[in-house]
Design a protein around this ligand. Structure first.
Ligand SMILES: Cc1cc2nc3c(=O)[nH]c(=O)nc-3n(C[C@H](O)[C@H](O)[C@H](O)COP(=O)(O)OP(=O)(O)OC[C@H]3O[C@@H](n4cnc5c(N)ncnc54)[C@H](O)[C@@H]3O)c2cc1C
Length: 512
């Protein structure tokens, strides 16, 4: 049988979800040729629209999107504010800052002085529907020259030292690298033989849109009951958690009768469902890939980790993977980085994934319909009302506590760079929009300038003062916005070996 072949690409991406699309943009920005192979023939499904498509974006995601000028188009397109699901959060006198297992904490409790290197950028709070996020990312990817082939799911692949051959939609594709961004049931992960292990589900979660016979029988908001948990957004948006060990999920079709039965059990009412308009289920299964790279195959997003959507962190985690991986894979392809740089993808991102999995497990422990979980919930409620408690939870939920261990003791190294407002009116994030790293020099120091000329050509030297320097004199910022080196000594006594050591994760000799 003749299998048509396409021209070879640097990177083949399986999956045009948000993570695959964002990664494609990152790779194209760095000059790689990319093709995205997507199983579904069309991007739209009702579950990506409101109310169920609502996705809260963490501070680190907002920063990443802003660093690529993707935040503005997402904000312009997003329709989140009209979501009935979000309504009970938005219509509060205090500004909500997040939640843990549904227990809210508020901005006025959070002590931001805990993060001395954080500057309040122009945007701090964004939620958007998934359809808008994907549409903006697909549009950007195509404008950058990414080919997106829909209805062309990856069936299998082979790999050798020289590259990968992917079989998808009856065609054959050649590439140097394959990245599986094909979701929690990733075919790429399975075909690569990468292990996936973790904890099995305790519940089936339901997101349903329905019509009720009686208004007023259910109270709006989130409620823990003797049998589980439900969230009601009037008139007919309901989230349910039924501790059935995940038995119902993806086993039989979701019917009106079944939803009514579960809703009655959990809400302890005799509520009547007259019509089921839309329904989906999910679980709290928390699994992570045993490795993020095997040879020439990498994983990112849900393909590398799955957990319950409680606290809404999966998309944020996946976009963080893509931001971390994109520039490293591109540098590997260009030959400007040692393979160690690519290894740092798993080193930096796998612990982040493990933390999020544990965060979602901790929320499940608090939601169980048991006296001990209710007692734990009461304590947690008290804690979240304290300043220290709210600040701790904000640090975790917003993602501002995250720090990669880059082997440097400076408190800013390994963290996201502050979005400095520079004296010409621009902000640092705008200088990262091309996907280059930045050597930011507030003092215009000659030695830094000459060093910049000898660094990777994907590093830009920017000599300009900031309105608020935060006590710093210079920073080396990776393309993903992470600080690789920072100086507050005033001497800027950085030598080339130190600098590239931090950039590449190990000391390198610089060609002169
Ligand atoms: C109810 C709910 C609420 C959520 N809320 C939040 C939230 O508020 N915040 C948050 O951060 N996260 C949230 N999440 C999680 C978030 O939606 C996911 O983590 C995110 O969509 C993962 O993106 P992805 O691109 O990795 O995978 P996916 O979005 O699953 O995309 C994978 C893509 O790969 C395609 N595909 C599958 N198999 C193949 C194949 N063999 N070949 C090619 N393509 C293939 C699929 O069709 C799909 O388009 C929520 C999830 C749910 C279920």
């Amino acid at each position: 049988m003749h299998i048509p072949r396409t021209q070879s690409h640097d990177v083949l991406i399986a999956g045009a979800g948000p993570v695959g699309l964002f990664l494609a943009c990152e790779l194209r920005l760095a000059g790689c040729s990319v093709i995205v192979l997507e199983l579904a023939p069309a991007p739209s499904t009702p579950l990506k629209e409101l109310p169920f498509g609502l996705r809260g974006l963490s501070v680190s995601t907002i920063e990443s999107l802003d660093r690529r000028d993707l935040l503005r188009p997402i904000e312009e397109r997003a329709v989140s504010r009209s979501s009935p699901a979000a309504a009970h959060w938005m219509q509060q006198t205090r500004r909500p800052a997040g939640h843990f297992a549904g227990i809210q904490f508020f901005h006025d409790q959070v002590d931001s002085s805990q993060w001395p290197y954080r500057l309040q950028g122009p945007v701090s709070n964004v939620a958007s529907d998934l359809a808008s996020i994907e549409a903006v990312l697909a549009d950007r990817a195509e404008k950058l020259g990414v080919e997106i082939l829909r209805g062309c799911g990856v069936d299998t692949f082979t790999q050798s030292d020289g590259g990968v051959t992917v079989f998808a939609g009856g065609r054959e594709f050649q590439g140097q690298w394959l990245v599986g961004c094909d979701g929690g049931r990733s075919s790429v992960r399975k075909a690569a033989g990468i292990g996936f292990a973790g904890t099995d589900p305790e519940f089936t979660g339901y997101s349903v849109q329905l019509k009720l016979a009686e208004s007023g029988m259910l109270k709006p908001g989130r409620h823990y009951t003797a049998k589980g948990m439900y969230t009601y957004g009037a008139p007919g948006t309901i989230g349910l958690v039924d501790f059935d060990g995940g038995a119902f999920h993806r086993t039989v079709p979701i019917t009106r009768e079944h939803v009514e039965k579960v809703l009655r059990k959990i809400s302890a009412t005799s509520v009547t469902v007259t019509e089921l308009e839309l329904a989906t289920t999910w679980t709290d299964r928390a699994y992570q890939a045993s490795e993020y790279r095997k040879g020439r195959v990498l994983l990112a997003g849900d393909a590398a980790h799955v957990h319950s959507p409680l606290g809404g962190q999966g998309l944020n985690l996946g976009l963080g993977d893509a931001m971390n991986l994109g520039w490293k894979l591109a540098a590997t392809i260009r030959g400007t980085a040692p393979v160690d740089l690519l290894d740092s993808y798993e080193r930096e991102r796998r612990p982040e994934g493990a933390r999020v999995l544990d965060w979602s497990r901790a929320q499940v422990a608090l939601m169980r319909p048991s006296p001990s979980s209710r007692a734990l919930e009461a304590i947690m409620r008290d804690l979240l009302q304290t300043r220290d408690g709210a600040t701790y939870f904000a640090g975790r939920v917003w993602g501002v506590e995250s720090r990669y261990d880059l082997g440097d003791t400076h408190p800013l190294v390994g963290r996201s760079a502050p979005d400095f407002e520079l004296i010409d009116g621009t902000r640092l994030n705008a200088h990262l929009q091309t996907g280059h790293g930045v050597l930011l020099d507030f003092d215009g120091c000659e030695s830094l300038k000459s060093l910049a000329g000898r660094l990777d050509d994907r590093v830009r030297y920017v000599a300009i003062d900031a309105k608020e320097r935060l006590g710093l004199t210079a920073l080396l910022i990776r393309p993903d916005g992470i600080v690789a080196w920072a100086s507050d000594s005033g001497s800027n006594d950085m030598d080339a070996t130190d600098c590239t050591s931090r950039w590449f994760g190990k000391p390198l000799s610089i060609p002169t």
